[in-house]
Unconditional design. Structure first.
Length: 493
């Protein structure tokens, strides 16, 4: 049927016709060429609430499946009507149709309502033992995507089902791991072993998306991959790394860095080459640049000249889109690599710090100040004052590691901007008592360097609050001992 004919005859379609068109258009790899057709179908009487209330489970599943596969965002009123109808007849959903509906929902911009999710969770609990393996994975993916904390015992029940019938496809294995880590938990030891063993068995079948999901999961769970799996995975990646899309490339790089998995020479060359290409693509956002630079800093390596040039060109042209977190993280990556950015990159990053400072979270504030000091870069007066004012706003949220990091920054600032350094100390002064001898060696070492700086820099020492002297009296010996123990590192890294 041609587009114009379909458009003229939408009113003649029955509800089942609309559902069939949605599904068949995808199955036949057909995209509607007329932009009004989807709109006309959406206005069709069978999608109105009075018609939706007559839908059965298969109709509802078909709707969500069609929406997701066609990347069609339905009206909120239609979604809410579908939710209400599904909630009414959940007892009629077969164990394997419910996961299909929920998985289809994950591709929509809207999120399910709380009442609907409560009803779905109850039904899943009732049917968990009858759900197929791949459908368990679909459910875990849906709940993870919706950031839905599940009732105690429900995840365990679904995992037990997977232990009986383990996932065996590349998608299911990697997606199960991804969903578990997204929910902030490790799969049980037996299931984790089954998944890791299956991944090693089918490693040659893993796509770039599978690989990035797998690595992201293990990095997020802070669990290193087994040596055998990692070796096989790296060998496989040498054959297809040139096909990694920007997102998969960036996640893979980030995971290597987080897990401190140093790639072999051949893999490192491929990473450089692919990085040059993806960093020049439009769909390479700021967060991906951050992930790549963070990976190199975690691996204690520096990007090759060509990759660094490509990344810095991207930073120069897109820095205005950087959030405070991304700006701080990129500066921190340069600092950890002991690599000063080009003058132009430093200029645009400093400008973005000024723009985003008022919204920075505590970690971003500490990282930004630390990075400037480590790189030997004196920020402008306006930038430094913006950061100091933000420190005052969030000072109660700063943990002791961030306080020590900022005070270590004062050591550098006191040489170049002693007045500004003194104001920064005063902003922290009421909360210095939170630093005690129970802190890490790195924190205490940084505090020792701050105390020494107070002795050496007269302008800084002149205006010190009493809380600094009190802290030094109680912590001085412990801080000096920590510094001696850690004397090969001038600052926490």
């Amino acid at each position: 049927m041609c587009a114009d004919t379909l458009l003229r005859n939408t009113e003649d379609l029955s509800p089942s016709d609309v559902l069939i068109i949605l599904q068949a258009s995808y199955d036949a790899h057909y995209t509607f060429s007329h932009p009004r057709i989807l709109s006309a179908l959406e206005q069709h009487k069978c999608l109105k609430e009075e018609a939706v209330c007559k839908y059965g489970p298969r109709d509802i599943v078909a709707m969500f499946d069609g929406y997701s596969k066609l990347a069609w965002q339905p009206e909120k009123t239609i979604l809410r009507a579908l939710e209400r109808r599904a909630e009414e007849i959940l007892q009629d959903f077969e164990p394997n149709t419910l996961p299909q509906m929920m998985f289809g929902y994950t591709f929509l911009e809207e999120r399910p309502g709380g009442s609907f999710l409560d009803a779905v969770e109850k039904r899943v609990r009732e049917t968990a033992r009858m759900i197929r393996s791949n459908d368990v994975t679909r459910l875990l993916t849906a709940f993870a995507t919706f950031q839905r904390p599940l009732a105690e015992g429900l995840v365990e029940a679904m995992e037990q089902r997977l232990e009986v019938v383990p996932p065996d496809s590349p998608w299911a294995v990697c997606q199960t791991l991804w969903a578990s880590s997204k929910m902030g938990r490790l799969p049980g030891p037996r299931l984790l072993g089954l998944l890791e063993g299956k991944a090693e068995e089918i490693v040659a079948e893993l796509s770039p998306r599978n690989i990035s999901n797998l690595l992201w999961a293990f990095a997020t769970m802070e669990r290193p991959l087994g040596k055998s799996l990692m070796a096989k995975l790296e060998r496989h990646m040498t054959t297809n790394f040139q096909f990694f899309a920007p997102q998969h490339y960036s996640i893979t790089m980030w995971a290597f860095g987080i897990m401190r998995m140093e790639p072999g020479e051949e893999m490192l060359v491929l990473m450089e080459r692919r990085g040059v290409k993806v960093s020049r693509q439009r769909d390479f956002p700021p967060s991906h640049m951050n992930m790549v630079l963070t990976a190199y800093s975690k691996l204690e390596k520096t990007p090759g000249p060509e990759l660094l040039r490509a990344l810095e060109q991207k930073i120069e042209t897109t820095a205005n889109d950087f959030s405070g977190f991304v700006t701080a993280s990129i500066l921190l990556a340069y600092a950890r690599m002991s690599m000063r950015p080009s003058a132009r990159v430093l200029e645009v990053l400093e400008h973005q710090v000024e723009t985003t400072a008022s919204d920075m979270v505590p970690a971003s504030l500490a990282f930004t100040l630390y990075a400037f000091a480590t790189l030997g870069c004196v920020p402008g007066d306006i930038v430094l004052e913006e950061l100091r004012q933000r420190v005052e706003v969030v000072v109660q949220e700063l943990d002791t590691a961030y306080i020590a990091m900022i005070l270590w920054t004062v050591c550098f600032l006191s040489i170049h901007l002693p007045v500004a350094a003194g104001r920064l100390v005063k902003s922290l002064a009421p909360h210095l008592s939170r630093v005690d001898q129970e802190q890490s060696t790195g924190v205490l070492s940084q505090m020792h360097q701050f105390f020494v700086s107070c002795d050496l820099e007269e302008p800084l020492r002149a205006g010190l609050p009493a809380s600094v002297a009190n802290l030094r009296e109680t912590l001085g010996p412990a801080c000096r001992a920590a510094f001696v123990l850690r004397n090969t590192l001038p600052s926490a890294r």
